[in-house]
Design a protein around this ligand. Structure first.
Ligand code: FAD
Ligand code: SIN
Length: 558
């Protein structure tokens, strides 16, 4: 895939889309072709969680399946917090989204002439379309190729979005600031679409790529947007756990195809925690592993769990899971001879920027799509393979967008900055290192009041420490229409690390506060001090600035 960069960028676009995952790319393609679109991304065009997606994309399009069944499975997984109308919209539009992908050339696996479907946990039918175990890559390669062919879309890689530009009344968006090629500049537009993906990097153990630092949610929060359900994070049960290796995902489809989850003794312990064993909902399986590891921790050689693929037809494995075989082999594991050591890792953020069916946020002109958004389709726990589907269905809503014409970008004042932030970076980098471990220990798979409060206190103290640093004050004080030229590539890198760390700290504060507030267990949010689901908490948590409140209007019954 070509890595596009551009030296000069127009200061004005009809629409700015931030993020080049499934949501951002598909939105850019669905926008009316007469609009001038900027597609910003902070890495290469194909880098993001979408490209990592393995299992597939859910769609009730088989002759023996129905959108209504997909809706029911989704509502059940969401444990009472899905917005029924949004789910219905998603499942009913799944067929059109898949047809469009196939038409554009996405090569899903087939069984004869028909699209092949697999089963994943908590789905009542096999309805997950896939392209071996690299479904995300197949989708992203196709979408990115199409985007690069579109004359109206300017793709701007290695551009980090920093902050929204609001009108003086702070009631609508008029652009965004970016860090790009040694400069900080403001791009003007009456519509900004945040498609910046999830925030798994806030946890020490995550399947998410490095770009998943939750920037969009933090940017929207600072601008005053309403956020929703930030305490709900999904922990995937089976990430590779091997010294030195990243937490590479071992797809749920592997269990769907018949792999067993076992402990050191070969015992299929998941049945001790749920009647359907390893095919129980993700939060249940993750907690089963978490508890089993704790139970066996007294004997360190026993405190491991594994996924055993040898129960799957050995001729089927290379066809279904070629990438998993290869990555495991790179880390010295032969899946045909031995089980894979696995453990849970932070995977998907159900919470995000609150949006309606048209992907509109609470700020005029600001839209959010994909994992960064909270459309209401996932509730307290996302059903497997519903995320790619959500990205496409809600991104396509932008085809209906209306633009306010005649925005003119005023001239910029150019300022040169001689940065000298080296000493301050030590502090920032050490917080960037410590925060994910703190979050994993306090707001990971099992949470409790004292740990949440202690972590919140620590995060607030780090936020205060950073607020006094010159580099942070510099970032805070950049005014719209100032173009800042930096004196070195080091300065650009330092600003990027600082911006991401500030975002992660803001999100840490918000996740901890929301998790401490919700005194029950539901879906991805498990409180060991409140282990039951409570009817009183069949409500969303809404957040705006420092205010938290409960909201029940959009809750579904399941
Ligand atoms: P992403 O694909 O993460 O894209 C975010 C984009 O925003 C990136 O281009 C990034 O560079 C850019 N960005 C971020 N911050 C900034 C900034 N400040 N400035 C500029 N650009 C920025 N879901 C499924 O439905 N099926 C699956 O099989 C599946 N498997 C998965 C496997 C793994 C390992 C992971 C991690 C997730 C998986 N998921 C799956 C979840 C799903 O992949 C993601 O939720 C979904 O792809 C998110 O898409 P997105 O477009 O919202 O974000
Ligand atoms: C997986 O392949 O297990 C991930 C699927 C998903 O996150 O939806």
């Amino acid at each position: 895939m070509p890595r596009l960069t551009s030296l000069t960028i127009s200061p004005y676009f009809d629409i700015i889309v931030v993020g080049s995952g499934a949501a951002g790319l598909y939105a850019a393609l669905c926008l009316p072709a007469h609009l001038r679109v900027a597609l910003l991304t902070k890495d290469t065009i194909n880098m993001g969680a979408s490209n990592y997606a393995q299992g597939g994309i859910a769609a009730a399009i088989d002759s023996e399946d129905y959108p209504l069944l997909h809706l029911e499975d989704t509502l059940k997984a969401g444990v009472g917090l899905c917005d029924r109308q949004s789910v219905q919209f998603m499942v009913e539009n799944a067929g059109a989204a898949i047809a469009h992908l196939v038409e554009m050339g996405v090569a899903f696996d087939r069984k004869g002439q028909k699209l092949a479907m697999t089963l994943e946990s908590a789905h009542s039918r096999p309805r997950v379309l896939h392209s071996a175990d690299t479904t995300g890559r197949a989708i992203i390669d196709t979408l990115a190729t199409k985007v690069l062919e579109q004359a109206n879309i300017q793709v701007i890689c290695q551009a980090v979005a920093l902050n929204l530009w609001l009108t003086p009344q702070k009631d609508r968006v008029q652009g965004i600031s970016i860090l790009y090629q040694g400069k900080i500049q403001w791009l003007k537009s009456s519509v900004v679409v945040l498609a910046t993906g999830g925030g798994g990097q806030i946890f020490a153990q995550t399947t998410n790529p490095e770009v998943s630092t939750g920037d969009g949610v933090a940017i929207a929060w600072r601008a005053g947007a309403v956020l929703r359900d930030l305490e709900f994070f999904q922990f995937h049960p089976t990430a590779l756990t091997k010294a030195g290796a990243p937490r590479f995902l071992i797809s749920e489809a592997v269990r769907g195809e018949g792999a067993h989850l076992i402990d050191v003794r070969g015992n299929r312990f998941a049945f001790e925690y749920h009647p359907v064993g390893e095919l129980a909902p993700r939060d249940v399986v993750s907690r089963a592993i978490f508890h089993h590891l704790h139970k066996t921790a007294a004997e360190p050689t026993h405190a491991h769990v594994y996924l055993d693929l040898r129960t799957i037809d050995s001729e089927r494995i290379p066809y279904r899971f070629p990438n998993i075989i290869n990555v495991c082999r790179e880390w010295g594991i032969d899946v045909f001879q031995e089980p894979i050591p696995v453990a849970p890792a932070a995977h998907y953020w159900m919470g995000g920027i609150a949006c309606d069916l048209m992907s509109k946020t609470s700020i005029c002109g600001l839209y959010a799509i994909g994992e960064t958004a909270s459309t209401g389709v996932h509730g307290a726990n996302r059903l497997a393979s519903n995320s790619l589907l959500e990205c496409l269905v809600f991104a396509s809503q932008l085809s209906h967008i209306k633009i306010q014409p005649n925005l003119v970008a005023p001239d910029s004042e150019i300022l040169q900055v001689n940065s000298n932030w080296n000493r301050e970076m030590e502090k920032i980098e050490s917080i960037r290192q410590m925060l994910p471990s703190l979050m994993w220990e306090s707001a990971g798979i099992s949470r409790q009041r004292d740990l949440l409060d202690g972590a919140l206190h620590q995060v607030n103290s780090w936020r205060e420490d950073l607020a006094s640093l010159n580099i942070v004050q510099f970032l805070d004080k950049i005014l719209p229409n100032q173009m800042i030229e930096l004196n070195s590539t080091d300065a650009e890198q330092q600003l990027r690390i600082t911006a991401e760390t500030l975002n992660l700290l803001d999100l840490g504060y918000l996740i901890l506060k929301s998790a401490a507030w919700r005194t029950e267990s539901r879906g991805g949010h498990y409180r060991s001090d409140y282990p039951q689901t409570s009817e009183d908490w069949s409500v969303h948590t809404l957040v705006q600035s420092d205010r938290l409140w409960k909201f029940s209007e959009y809750c579904s019954e399941n």
